[in-house]
Design a protein around this ligand. Structure first.
Ligand code: GLU
Length: 283
């Protein structure tokens, strides 16, 4: 099987050294296996995505010396695919509408007898306020958030399993019952987007036949959700390569707003792509 990797930035700010490390790691992995490298623009959050950031992503990556296949998949052009995936999960009775806002969730999750609310990959684990006792029937609603009923979704799945190809290399296997307590009923369609990061990334990784998902270790807690969704939708599971993060001098993860470390800032200062590779330890 040919290796296919991808770099999947969101065009919500300038790419920084951490993105350069991630993109170069994915690119080199593909090259080392004589494989293919794809770029995907993750712009489902249209309130934050901007065309100028997308244009700058292409400039920065080309400047770094990367090449990728075209056309580039842009998630905002692919909403129908996410909608079809939601239809499938709705028909299986695994989704339910949720009208809670953040405040409702933290109030319900921090009832005095419960102690501090438990945190999952998306923040507070959903306390289940809107979860119905029977799966909803009828057509899927569109003007409301949809959550995955994780207890129901994991009923017939004993474990979620995947291979890690990165620093934490090996076979990972988690009893799916653990997902009920550590992840909870995640949102798969946000009311304002009609999809979510988890759903879109799983649909696209499958559609693009990605064999190695290369991304930062900050996204590792989302991997069990992604593997579960792949199992529910009949998609293959890729190998995951969660790389370490590039941090600032204080040990903090670099953020999009951290303009000082933007690739374009270094380029304007006269740094070369070779300097960047050296700065991220990939000389
Ligand atoms: N779009 C995500 C980000 O910019 C990356 C998603 C992924 O690699 O799974 O952080």
């Amino acid at each position: 099987m040919q290796c296919i990797t991808r770099f999947a930035p969101s065009p919500t700010g300038p790419l920084h050294l951490g993105h350069a490390f991630s993109a170069l790691t994915a690119f080199r992995l593909a090259q080392s296996m004589n494989g293919r490298f794809l770029l995907r623009i993750e712009d489902i959050d249209q309130s934050r995505a901007r065309p100028q950031w997308e244009a700058q992503i292409y400039n920065d990556l080309a400047w770094l010396g990367l090449t990728w296949e075209t056309p580039v998949l842009r998630q905002s052009d692919n909403l129908a695919a996410y909608s079809r995936a939601l239809d499938l999960l709705w028909e299986k009775g695994l989704l339910y509408p949720c009208s809670c806002n953040r405040r409702d969730i933290s109030a319900a999750a921090s009832a005095p007898q419960e102690g501090a609310p438990l945190q999952g990959p998306d923040g507070i684990i959903y306390p289940g306020t809107c979860r119905p006792t029977q799966p909803p029937t009828g057509p899927r609603p569109y003007d409301v958030a949809l959550r995955l009923d994780i207890a129901k979704a994991t009923q017939e799945i004993s474990h979620v399993e995947w291979d890690e190809a990165g620093p934490d290399c090996g076979h990972h296997s988690i009893p799916s019952s653990e997902l009920i307590t550590s992840i909870g009923d995640v949102v798969l369609a946000r009311r304002d987007m009609g999809t979510s990061y988890h759903l879109s990334v799983v649909v696209d990784d499958a559609a693009q036949a990605i064999t190695h998902v290369v991304r930062g270790e900050d996204l590792a807690p989302a991997t069990p959700i992604h593997v579960l969704l792949q199992t529910l939708m009949g998609f293959p599971t890729a190998a995951y390569y969660h790389h370490t993060l590039i941090r600032d001098e204080a040990g903090k993860r670099l953020a999009k707003r951290d303009d000082a470390r933007a690739l374009s800032t270094y380029r304007d200062m006269g740094k070369t792509p070779a300097d960047i590779r050296e700065m991220v330890g990939l000389a």
